[in-house]
Design a protein around this ligand. Structure first.
Ligand SMILES: Cc1cc2nc3c(=O)[nH]c(=O)nc-3n(C[C@H](O)[C@H](O)[C@H](O)COP(=O)(O)OP(=O)(O)OC[C@H]3O[C@@H](n4cnc5c(N)ncnc54)[C@H](O)[C@@H]3O)c2cc1C
Length: 205
Protein backbone atom coordinates (compact mmCIF):
# COMPACT_ATOMS: atom_id res chain seq x y z
CA UNK A 1 0.00 0.00 0.00
CA UNK A 2 1.37 3.39 -0.98
CA UNK A 3 1.59 5.99 1.76
CA UNK A 4 -0.77 8.88 1.13
CA UNK A 5 0.30 12.49 1.59
CA UNK A 6 -1.76 15.68 1.28
CA UNK A 7 0.17 18.79 0.40
CA UNK A 8 -1.76 21.95 1.16
CA UNK A 9 -0.55 24.89 -0.91
CA UNK A 10 0.47 24.73 -4.55
CA UNK A 11 3.19 27.36 -4.71
CA UNK A 12 6.81 26.44 -5.48
CA UNK A 13 7.36 24.97 -2.00
CA UNK A 14 4.39 22.61 -2.28
CA UNK A 15 5.17 21.70 -5.87
CA UNK A 16 8.76 20.81 -4.99
CA UNK A 17 7.53 18.68 -2.07
CA UNK A 18 5.09 16.92 -4.41
CA UNK A 19 7.86 16.20 -6.89
CA UNK A 20 10.17 14.65 -4.30
CA UNK A 21 7.45 12.58 -2.59
CA UNK A 22 6.17 11.36 -5.95
CA UNK A 23 9.70 10.26 -6.88
CA UNK A 24 9.79 8.27 -3.64
CA UNK A 25 6.63 6.35 -4.51
CA UNK A 26 4.08 8.13 -2.31
CA UNK A 27 0.54 8.86 -3.43
CA UNK A 28 0.39 12.65 -3.43
CA UNK A 29 -2.71 14.83 -3.48
CA UNK A 30 -2.21 18.58 -3.68
CA UNK A 31 -4.85 21.02 -2.44
CA UNK A 32 -5.03 24.74 -3.08
CA UNK A 33 -7.58 27.39 -2.20
CA UNK A 34 -7.28 29.11 -5.57
CA UNK A 35 -8.59 28.05 -8.97
CA UNK A 36 -5.04 27.75 -10.35
CA UNK A 37 -1.62 26.97 -8.88
CA UNK A 38 1.53 29.03 -8.48
CA UNK A 39 -0.02 32.49 -8.72
CA UNK A 40 2.67 34.22 -6.68
CA UNK A 41 5.33 32.37 -8.63
CA UNK A 42 3.81 33.76 -11.84
CA UNK A 43 3.84 37.24 -10.31
CA UNK A 44 7.52 36.75 -9.46
CA UNK A 45 8.04 36.02 -13.16
CA UNK A 46 6.87 39.50 -14.05
CA UNK A 47 10.12 40.89 -12.70
CA UNK A 48 12.21 38.32 -14.56
CA UNK A 49 12.16 35.47 -11.99
CA UNK A 50 15.46 35.56 -10.16
CA UNK A 51 15.94 31.82 -9.59
CA UNK A 52 19.21 31.82 -7.68
CA UNK A 53 22.67 33.39 -7.62
CA UNK A 54 25.89 32.30 -9.30
CA UNK A 55 28.31 33.43 -6.59
CA UNK A 56 30.71 30.83 -5.10
CA UNK A 57 29.02 28.33 -2.75
CA UNK A 58 30.97 29.56 0.29
CA UNK A 59 29.72 33.11 -0.22
CA UNK A 60 26.20 31.95 -1.04
CA UNK A 61 25.75 29.97 2.19
CA UNK A 62 27.22 32.82 4.25
CA UNK A 63 24.07 34.82 3.31
CA UNK A 64 22.01 32.71 5.72
CA UNK A 65 23.59 34.19 8.85
CA UNK A 66 22.90 32.22 12.01
CA UNK A 67 20.76 29.67 10.07
CA UNK A 68 23.77 28.88 7.91
CA UNK A 69 24.51 25.38 9.27
CA UNK A 70 20.95 24.23 8.73
CA UNK A 71 20.56 25.76 5.29
CA UNK A 72 24.01 24.67 4.15
CA UNK A 73 23.04 21.03 4.74
CA UNK A 74 20.01 21.49 2.48
CA UNK A 75 22.06 23.32 -0.14
CA UNK A 76 24.65 20.56 -0.14
CA UNK A 77 21.81 18.28 -1.26
CA UNK A 78 20.34 20.74 -3.73
CA UNK A 79 22.72 23.52 -4.72
CA UNK A 80 22.15 26.63 -6.85
CA UNK A 81 23.68 24.68 -9.76
CA UNK A 82 21.31 21.77 -9.11
CA UNK A 83 18.44 24.25 -9.34
CA UNK A 84 19.65 25.42 -12.76
CA UNK A 85 19.97 21.80 -13.87
CA UNK A 86 16.47 21.08 -12.53
CA UNK A 87 15.09 23.97 -14.63
CA UNK A 88 17.02 22.76 -17.66
CA UNK A 89 15.40 19.33 -17.36
CA UNK A 90 12.06 21.14 -17.59
CA UNK A 91 13.25 22.71 -20.84
CA UNK A 92 14.11 26.07 -19.24
CA UNK A 93 17.58 27.41 -19.96
CA UNK A 94 18.99 29.98 -17.53
CA UNK A 95 21.62 32.71 -17.74
CA UNK A 96 23.72 34.72 -15.30
CA UNK A 97 22.88 38.43 -15.33
CA UNK A 98 25.44 41.19 -14.84
CA UNK A 99 24.64 41.18 -11.10
CA UNK A 100 25.49 37.48 -10.83
CA UNK A 101 21.84 36.60 -10.38
CA UNK A 102 20.40 33.69 -12.37
CA UNK A 103 17.25 34.06 -14.52
CA UNK A 104 15.40 31.94 -17.08
CA UNK A 105 16.45 33.06 -20.58
CA UNK A 106 12.83 34.03 -21.27
CA UNK A 107 12.70 36.08 -18.02
CA UNK A 108 9.29 34.75 -17.01
CA UNK A 109 7.77 32.01 -14.88
CA UNK A 110 4.87 30.74 -16.97
CA UNK A 111 6.80 28.33 -19.27
CA UNK A 112 8.55 26.83 -16.23
CA UNK A 113 5.31 26.46 -14.26
CA UNK A 114 3.49 24.91 -17.23
CA UNK A 115 6.26 22.35 -17.80
CA UNK A 116 6.48 21.62 -14.06
CA UNK A 117 2.73 21.02 -13.63
CA UNK A 118 2.72 18.81 -16.72
CA UNK A 119 5.52 16.68 -15.34
CA UNK A 120 3.86 16.40 -11.92
CA UNK A 121 0.55 15.42 -13.53
CA UNK A 122 2.32 12.73 -15.57
CA UNK A 123 3.96 11.48 -12.37
CA UNK A 124 0.49 10.87 -10.91
CA UNK A 125 0.16 13.88 -8.59
CA UNK A 126 -3.53 14.80 -8.19
CA UNK A 127 -4.47 18.48 -8.02
CA UNK A 128 -7.53 19.68 -6.13
CA UNK A 129 -8.25 23.35 -6.74
CA UNK A 130 -10.71 25.59 -4.85
CA UNK A 131 -10.03 23.55 -1.72
CA UNK A 132 -9.37 25.93 1.16
CA UNK A 133 -8.00 24.24 4.28
CA UNK A 134 -10.01 25.68 7.18
CA UNK A 135 -7.48 24.95 9.90
CA UNK A 136 -9.04 21.64 10.97
CA UNK A 137 -6.52 18.83 11.31
CA UNK A 138 -6.54 15.96 13.78
CA UNK A 139 -5.69 12.31 14.17
CA UNK A 140 -8.46 10.17 12.71
CA UNK A 141 -10.24 8.21 15.43
CA UNK A 142 -10.39 4.45 15.16
CA UNK A 143 -11.52 2.00 17.84
CA UNK A 144 -8.80 0.92 20.21
CA UNK A 145 -6.25 3.48 19.07
CA UNK A 146 -4.06 5.13 21.66
CA UNK A 147 -2.20 8.36 21.02
CA UNK A 148 -1.01 8.42 17.44
CA UNK A 149 -0.31 4.68 17.35
CA UNK A 150 -2.82 2.26 15.85
CA UNK A 151 -3.74 -1.15 17.31
CA UNK A 152 -1.51 -2.79 14.70
CA UNK A 153 1.45 -0.59 15.66
CA UNK A 154 1.23 1.67 12.59
CA UNK A 155 0.69 5.40 12.68
CA UNK A 156 -2.86 6.69 12.70
CA UNK A 157 -4.17 8.61 9.74
CA UNK A 158 -4.73 12.34 9.86
CA UNK A 159 -8.11 13.96 9.11
CA UNK A 160 -8.09 17.29 7.31
CA UNK A 161 -10.99 19.52 6.32
CA UNK A 162 -11.41 21.75 3.27
CA UNK A 163 -14.01 24.28 2.22
CA UNK A 164 -14.92 23.54 -1.40
CA UNK A 165 -17.56 24.86 -3.82
CA UNK A 166 -19.54 21.70 -2.92
CA UNK A 167 -19.31 22.17 0.85
CA UNK A 168 -16.95 20.79 3.48
CA UNK A 169 -14.77 17.88 2.35
CA UNK A 170 -12.86 15.70 4.82
CA UNK A 171 -9.94 13.51 3.78
CA UNK A 172 -7.81 10.99 5.67
CA UNK A 173 -4.13 10.61 4.81
CA UNK A 174 -0.92 9.28 6.33
CA UNK A 175 0.75 12.69 6.41
CA UNK A 176 0.11 16.34 5.66
CA UNK A 177 2.57 18.96 4.45
CA UNK A 178 1.60 22.59 4.92
CA UNK A 179 3.11 24.80 2.21
CA UNK A 180 0.83 27.78 2.70
CA UNK A 181 3.10 30.69 1.92
CA UNK A 182 3.29 33.98 3.77
CA UNK A 183 0.82 36.78 4.32
CA UNK A 184 1.69 39.27 1.61
CA UNK A 185 0.02 39.67 -1.81
CA UNK A 186 -3.10 38.04 -0.40
CA UNK A 187 -4.99 38.22 -3.66
CA UNK A 188 -2.58 35.61 -5.04
CA UNK A 189 -3.78 33.03 -2.50
CA UNK A 190 -1.64 32.99 0.63
CA UNK A 191 -3.12 34.99 3.48
CA UNK A 192 -0.96 33.91 6.43
CA UNK A 193 -4.05 32.99 8.49
CA UNK A 194 -2.51 29.57 9.17
CA UNK A 195 -0.03 31.23 11.56
CA UNK A 196 -2.71 31.87 14.19
CA UNK A 197 -4.20 28.38 13.72
CA UNK A 198 -0.85 26.73 14.37
CA UNK A 199 -0.04 29.02 17.28
CA UNK A 200 -3.42 28.23 18.86
CA UNK A 201 -2.50 24.55 18.55
CA UNK A 202 0.73 25.22 20.43
CA UNK A 203 3.02 25.05 17.42
CA UNK A 204 5.93 27.47 17.52
CA UNK A 205 5.94 29.57 14.35
C1 LIG B 1 6.20 40.79 -6.97
C2 LIG B 1 6.99 39.59 -6.49
C3 LIG B 1 8.22 39.30 -7.06
C4 LIG B 1 8.97 38.21 -6.62
N1 LIG B 1 10.16 37.89 -7.23
C5 LIG B 1 10.83 36.78 -6.86
C6 LIG B 1 12.02 36.39 -7.54
O1 LIG B 1 12.45 37.03 -8.52
N2 LIG B 1 12.68 35.27 -7.11
C7 LIG B 1 12.19 34.51 -6.06
O2 LIG B 1 12.81 33.50 -5.72
N3 LIG B 1 11.06 34.85 -5.42
C8 LIG B 1 10.38 35.95 -5.79
N4 LIG B 1 9.22 36.28 -5.14
C9 LIG B 1 8.84 35.48 -3.98
C10 LIG B 1 8.20 34.15 -4.38
O3 LIG B 1 7.09 34.36 -5.24
C11 LIG B 1 7.76 33.45 -3.11
O4 LIG B 1 8.88 33.31 -2.26
C12 LIG B 1 7.19 32.08 -3.39
O5 LIG B 1 6.03 32.16 -4.21
C13 LIG B 1 6.86 31.39 -2.07
O6 LIG B 1 6.46 30.10 -2.36
P1 LIG B 1 5.55 29.26 -1.38
O7 LIG B 1 5.24 27.98 -2.10
O8 LIG B 1 6.19 29.21 -0.06
O9 LIG B 1 4.21 30.12 -1.17
P2 LIG B 1 3.14 30.67 -2.24
O10 LIG B 1 3.74 30.82 -3.59
O11 LIG B 1 2.50 31.85 -1.62
O12 LIG B 1 2.10 29.48 -2.30
C14 LIG B 1 1.25 29.18 -1.23
C15 LIG B 1 0.01 28.52 -1.78
O13 LIG B 1 -0.80 28.11 -0.67
C16 LIG B 1 -2.15 28.34 -0.99
N5 LIG B 1 -2.86 28.48 0.29
C17 LIG B 1 -2.65 29.39 1.27
N6 LIG B 1 -3.49 29.19 2.30
C18 LIG B 1 -4.27 28.12 1.95
C19 LIG B 1 -5.33 27.42 2.60
N7 LIG B 1 -5.78 27.77 3.80
N8 LIG B 1 -5.89 26.36 1.96
C20 LIG B 1 -5.45 25.97 0.71
N9 LIG B 1 -4.45 26.62 0.06
C21 LIG B 1 -3.88 27.67 0.67
C22 LIG B 1 -2.14 29.62 -1.81
O14 LIG B 1 -3.29 29.72 -2.62
C23 LIG B 1 -0.86 29.46 -2.63
O15 LIG B 1 -1.11 28.85 -3.88
C24 LIG B 1 8.46 37.37 -5.57
C25 LIG B 1 7.21 37.66 -5.01
C26 LIG B 1 6.46 38.75 -5.45
C27 LIG B 1 5.12 39.02 -4.83
Amino acid sequence: MKKTVAIIGGGPAGLMAAEILGEHGMKVDMYDAMSSLGRKFLMAGKSGLNLTHSEPFEKFVARYGNRRAQVEAWLNDFSPNDLREWARRLGIETFVGTSGRVFPVKMKASPLLRAWLKRLGEAGINFHLKHRWNGFIKLAAEDGDRGNIKKDGGLRKVSVEFETPNGIKTIKVDAVILALGCGNWRRLGSDGVWVQWLEQAGVKV
